[in-house]
Write a protein that binds this ligand. Structure first.
Ligand SMILES: [Fe+2]
Length: 236
């Protein structure tokens, strides 16, 4: 059985895209909200990015929506989340980004999403491996049918909370408390090759998207291109 959470279950975000919020996790002592993205592909199969622990009734809802066929980690920081889901769905294909923690290399990966790799979901999803960072190589996905850009960690939106001045000050310092989402400072500083990063940003902006899914913070339902350009303003 999968771990349980008090999360509210499936949230319809866009045509054929459902989001599920998971439990809070801590990274370097800082609390992070978590979220997984489920896309129903045109053949009815489910593609899941950054799966989170869910309650049994939520899992039943997901299975009723379609067969879980692909489990994906668009960022190396979310690879650990695939392990439990793979136990639950051993026949699902596991897809991972290139740079991943060594302790997960034993998992039976179906494939690696690299800049020159094939796209197994070409009829539904385009993808681009964001280049230029020495720290992480995040895979960004574009779902044309719903005009949605799916990101994981590159853009985050940690909302300030009343009565927590220390946390709020830390968020401001970390560069991730922008009005609608920002690239945190630790990730910004990791972009040593700004020219390649600008090329990647141009690739994202070439997609005709209106919505933006992020893993940490509120998603954007309209005007997402402005949000992305604002979040990457330091690249210009
Ligand atoms: Fe993350």
């Amino acid at each position: 059985m999968m771990a349980t959470t008090n999360g509210p279950g499936l949230k319809e975000f866009a045509p054929d895209i459902v989001l599920v919020d998971g439990p809070m996790v801590r990274d370097f002592g800082f609390p992070f909200t978590t979220r997984m993205t489920i896309v129903r592909l045109s053949d009815g199969a489910l593609w899941i990015d950054s799966p989170v622990p869910v309650a049994p009734d939520t899992l039943a809802q997901i299975q009723a929506w379609g067969p879980v066929r692909y489990l994906v980690a668009g960022t190396p920081r979310h690879v650990w989340r695939l392990r439990t889901w793979h136990r639950q769905f051993p026949d699902a294909e596991l897809w991972v980004c290139r740079k991943q923690p060594a302790r997960f290399r034993h998992l039976p990966w179906t494939g690696v999403l690299g800049p020159k790799a094939a796209n197994p979901w070409a009829s539904d999803l385009d993808y681009h491996v964001f280049q230029g960072s020495a720290l992480l190589e995040e895979v960004c996905f574009f779902h044309a049918k719903s005009r949605t850009l799916i990101m994981n960690d590159l853009i985050q939106h940690h909302q300030k909370q009343a009565g927590k001045p220390l946390r709020n000050a830390l968020l401001t310092w970390a560069g991730s408390s922008g009005a609608r989402g920002d690239v945190p400072l630790d990730i910004r500083w990791s972009f040593r090759d700004r020219a390649r990063a600008r090329q990647s940003l141009a690739q994202l902006m070439s997609w005709d998207f209106e919505r933006l899914v992020i893993a940490h913070g509120p998603c954007v339902e309209q005007g997402a291109k402005d949000v992305v350009m604002q979040a990457f303003r330091w690249l210009r």
